[in-house]
Design a protein around this ligand. Structure first.
Ligand SMILES: Cc1ncc(COP(=O)(O)O)c(C=O)c1O
Length: 379
């Protein structure tokens, strides 16, 4: 059977061949514990530190500012809970946005059970947070602002540098969930002005279950995992050497020809939308066409259910829905709701995300399959 065309790179990416090669020695040969002082610890320890430098190279920070984690979710948990616990004597108010991933929103919600308060900022119809709203939400008790760099569903890129400036002015720590942006667009921590930034390995051709958290001195989140003191005591537990090596390689690769890759992604993404727009009457694009991830296309087909389109195209195309139907009720994603996308459109929303392995020929075949399905369903 021919596999469906994979257009779901925002969900996860395949491993890059060079990532597999970078991990192989730690699967086959170098099994040692990086904390061991004998010979077997040397290569694993060297690999962990090499990877730390590779991650730091992509973010253009110092290797000492990188903590390895189990992925984007843990990085966000560490950043948000860690800052909340560390700063709780100064204040208990956190600012976030309505379009964050659950790995931020649920963390904030969990802190509310411990006496913290969260302001969830609205977004405009393109999914953008307004810096002026951030400024207005600041209180004397605000200790953290956490706003994502780029949205996983619609691709909108937030004005992080501007928001960081506001945070800095009020001496508030600034965190960004960059799980979707790192590797797709430049994410230089100094340009973004953030104190903390989350990365997820499997979104940039690295393995799943590995990530990193950038922490700029003097921000000091509370320790996340207590134990034997690995990761300078912040995150105890024997390091996942193989995946750390893979993440390092993935970050090194991402920096190579980033602009060229961005151009290629954008051309494929735009072609996909142009084909839809040229063939289907009731189609709209969601997000901010100017400030968006180059690989992400969120489209709504009016009056159709996303699940049904996905079902129809399942043999040809693998993509994601922005709404799901359960027992006759349509559940629209919190992101589309926050953007005010009308239900008639929102329920027929699909997310296509292209990647390094996608070809123009695949894009054309995928477009053909989607258009045929939509036409059949609107006949
Ligand atoms: C914006 C964003 N943040 C966080 C995560 C969670 O990352 P992980 O799957 O590595 O825990 C994801 C994954 O979908 C994401 O898109």
């Amino acid at each position: 059977m021919n596999k469906p065309i994979y257009l779901d790179y925002n969900a996860t990416t395949p491993h890059a061949p060079e990532v597999i090669e970078a991990m192989r020695p730690f699967l086959e040969e170098h099994f040692g514990n990086p904390s061991s002082s004998h010979w077997y610890g040397i290569e694993p320890r060297r690999a962990v530190e090499k990877a730390r430098a590779q991650v730091a190279g992509l973010l253009q920070c110092s290797p000492e500012e990188i903590i390895f984690t189990s992925g984007g979710t843990e990085s966000n948990n560490h950043a948000i809970k860690g800052m909340a616990w560390a700063m709780r004597d100064r204040g208990r108010h956190i600012i976030t946005s309505a379009v964050e991933h659950p790995a931020v929103l649920e963390v904030c919600r969990s802190l509310e059970e411990h006496g913290f308060e969260t302001t969830v900022l609205p977004v405009d119809s393109r999914g953008m947070v307004a810096p002026v709203d951030v400024e207005k939400a600041v209180r004397p008790s605000t200790i953290l602002i956490t706003i994502m760099h780029a949205n996983n569903e619609v691709g909108t890129i937030q004005p992080i540098a501007e928001i960081s400036e506001i945070a800095g002015k009020h001496a508030i720590a600034m965190h960004t969930d960059a799980a979707q942006s790192v590797g797709k667009i430049p994410a230089v921590v100094a340009d973004l002005g953030v104190d903390l930034l989350s990365i997820a390995g499997h979104k940039l051709y690295g393995p799943k279950g590995i990530g990193a958290l950038y922490v700029r001195h003097p921000a000091a989140p509370a320790k996340f995992c207590h134990g034997a003191g690995q990761e300078r005591g912040w995150r105890a537990g024997t390091e996942n050497v193989m995946h750390i090596a893979g993440l390092g390689k993935a970050c090194e690769s991402a920096a190579v020809n980033l602009r060229q890759h961005m151009g290629k992604m954008q051309a494929m993404r735009d072609r996909l939308f142009d084909e839809f727009a040229g063939s289907v009457a009731d189609v709209q694009r969601n997000g901010n066409p100017e400030q968006t991830l180059p690989n992400t296309l969120s489209v709504s087909f009016k009056g159709i259910e996303a699940d049904k389109i996905l079902e129809k195209i399942a043999d040809t195309v693998a993509a994601s829905g922005g709404a799901a139907c359960h027992s006759g009720t349509v559940h629209i994603s919190h992101v589309l709701k926050a953007m005010g996308v009308h239900e008639e459109w929102a329920k027929g929303t699909l997310r296509f995300s292209v990647g390094r392995m996608t070809t123009m020929e695949q894009v054309d075949r995928a477009a053909e399959a989607v258009i045929a399905a939509v036409r059949e369903m609107t006949r």
